[in-house]
Design a protein around this ligand. Structure first.
Ligand code: CA2
Length: 165
């Protein structure tokens, strides 16, 4: 079964309690529940975590190297500052989708730059909580079609082909 690590960065634990005009009324727990429900439908496993600590996020990304197939991350404010998170994502080289609730490109100039975008498969910005669900569907499609391509490759051994199923 494909396993996806979902990471929420700093202050996202406050969702639904403040700044509803920017980030909407939905709580982080509600976002996590809808992700878990979709994961069940797609027969994926999701491991969802939130941290206000850059080092903790870096450690979790590093640990994802073994046992995970992809990453969904809303790095929150670290999007615009963290070379460490970018380097960790580049090091593990797992397909990663960057998600933002708000459209960072329509906001203050300092939010237009993402250190993560350059190492991500894609970025979803401005679609609110739906962005996380689209990210999960997108990763699912990407990973399953990659598996199929690998298992149909003439170079794939019968053991590789079995593993890819
Ligand atoms: O739009 C997004 O998802 C952001 O990643 C959210 C970050 C912000 O720094 C990025 O530029 C864009 C901020 C998350 C803070 O969330 C709060 C939620 C409720 C109350 C206060 C902060």
């Amino acid at each position: 079964m494909l396993r996806i690590l979902v990471l929420h960065g700093p202050n996202l634990n406050l969702l639904g309690t403040r700044e509803q005009s920017v980030y909407g009324p939905t709580s982080l727990d509600a976002i996590d529940s809808s992700l878990t429900k979709l994961a069940e439908e797609l027969a994926l496993e999701v491991d969802i975590r939130q941290s206000n600590n850059e080092g903790e996020l870096v450690t979790w990304i590093q640990e994802a190297r073994s046992g995970y197939d992809g990453v969904i991350i809303n790095p929150a404010a670290y999007t615009h500052t963290s070379v460490a998170i970018r380097d960790a994502l580049a090091a593990v080289a797992l397909p990663t989708v960057e998600v933002h609730l708000s459209n960072i490109h329509q906001r203050e100039a300092f939010r237009h730059q993402s250190y993560v975008a350059g190492v991500a498969l894609g970025q979803i910005s401005g679609l609110g909580p739906t962005g996380y669900l689209l990210a999960l569907r997108g990763l699912h499609d990407y990973l399953t079609s990659r598996r199929q391509k690998k298992s149909h490759s003439p170079m794939a051994s019968s053991r590789q082909k079995k593993r890819a199923r």
